[in-house]
Design a protein around this ligand. Structure first.
Ligand SMILES: [Zn+2]
Length: 129
């Protein structure tokens, strides 16, 4: 699946929901493709008191539920259609799931693509690799 197709998978699951007390979900969606060729998706959840999770994290949870760990490509899309780079926590999260993921292709705004290693140039855990 190319990055445009992955973009469309993510965009098509955006479904912004209002939840209790200013809580909201589904305004960012993520799609990822694994090296096995599986596609997994997830949505963000933002709740009061800074509780919640990014769309990338929920897509990764879905991937792990299905016994897959190595991500070939990942994209996160905001409800206005723009592409969001992964936050710092998600960059580290992706890297720690599988050693191959430092080579994950990250789709950035305007369909630019970089490897995760380019977004995490100085890994804190090189000592243990
Ligand atoms: Zn994040």
């Amino acid at each position: 699946m190319d990055k445009q197709e992955l973009y469309e998978v993510a965009f098509n699951i955006i479904n912004h929901k209002k939840l209790r007390r200013f809580g909201t979900a589904g305004h960012v969606a993520c799609a990822l493709e694994t090296y096995k060729g599986n596609i997994f998706t997830g949505i963000c959840i933002d709740l009061p008191c800074s509780i919640g999770l990014c769309a990338e994290q929920s897509a990764i949870a879905e991937m792990l539920k299905n016994n897959d760990t190595a991500i070939r490509r990942i994209i996160a899309v905001f409800e206005d259609g723009s592409i969001l780079p992964p936050c710092g926590r998600c960059r580290e999260f992706i890297a720690q799931i599988d050693e191959k993921n430092i080579q994950t292709h990250i789709v950035l705004p305007e369909m630019k693509e970089v490897l995760l290693q380019d977004l995490l140039p100085e890994s804190w855990d090189k000592k243990w690799n």
